[in-house]
Design a protein around this ligand. Structure first.
Ligand SMILES: Cc1cc2nc3c(=O)[nH]c(=O)nc-3n(C[C@H](O)[C@H](O)[C@H](O)COP(=O)(O)O)c2cc1C
Length: 186
């Protein structure tokens, strides 16, 4: 089983809804176990240590990850720095206004993951003519409609695929091994 954690902070619930969809996407890959956790859950640290792959989500706050998410990594996780190397990671964010900074928030989340030795990735696939999550899933407020759902789910699905390969050597989960399922711009 590839083990996935979807870890999030959410002030008003939008990023939490994204997290649930990212988790659903990960479950599309067979033999995947998923835990969706708030950073305020007492088991969050243990879950991060447990997982093979992690998706980290934060509301866009001034174009950056939230202070609570930063504190989680600064304080809660700091003593396990050098114990997370080689996990696979990605990011997602909800913003309040379009072009409000969700993608650069994803980048700030990825910067933290990189500091911890986590291997971050982008998603090349499109979910519609105009929607993808090249730098992580970026959604305006709460996810609404098929496109928002698919953007979150494809991020989780790809995380589960890379985790299956990295943690269990399941080469059949490489995106190139299933070209018919790749989602290209039309
Ligand atoms: C302190 C703070 C800073 C914010 N900064 C931004 C911002 O830079 N850009 C933006 O689009 N929205 C910004 N927002 C709005 C939130 O990103 C937005 O409401 C988001 O959907 C909240 O997600 P949540 O429900 O998971 O907390 C900010 C909100 C707060 C509270």
């Amino acid at each position: 089983m590839a083990k996935i954690v979807v870890l999030y902070d959410s002030h008003s619930g939008n990023t939490a809804k994204m997290a649930a969809l990212v988790g659903e996407g990960a479950l599309k890959i067979p033999q995947t176990e998923v835990r969706v956790r708030s950073i305020e859950d007492p088991s969050a640290k243990e879950d991060v240590l447990w997982c093979d792959g992690i998706a980290v989500g934060s509301p866009t706050n001034m174009g950056l990850l939230s202070w609570k998410m930063k504190r989680f990594w600064d304080e809660t996780m700091f003593d396990v720095w050098m114990k997370l190397d080689g996990k696979v990671g990605c990011a997602f964010s909800s913003e309040g206004g379009s072009s409000g900074g969700a993608e650069i928030t994803c980048q700030s989340l990825c910067t933290v993951l990189i500091n911890f030795g986590i291997l971050v990735f982008g998603v090349t696939d499109y979910v519609s003519k105009t929607a993808t999550c090249h730098y992580g899933a970026a959604i305006l407020r709460e996810p609404r409609g098929d496109e928002d759902r698919d953007v979150c789910q494809i991020l989780g699905k790809r995380l589960a695929e890379w985790s299956a390969i990295m943690a269990e050597g399941r080469r059949d989960q490489h995106p190139d091994a299933k070209p018919d399922l790749r989602l290209k711009p039309s």
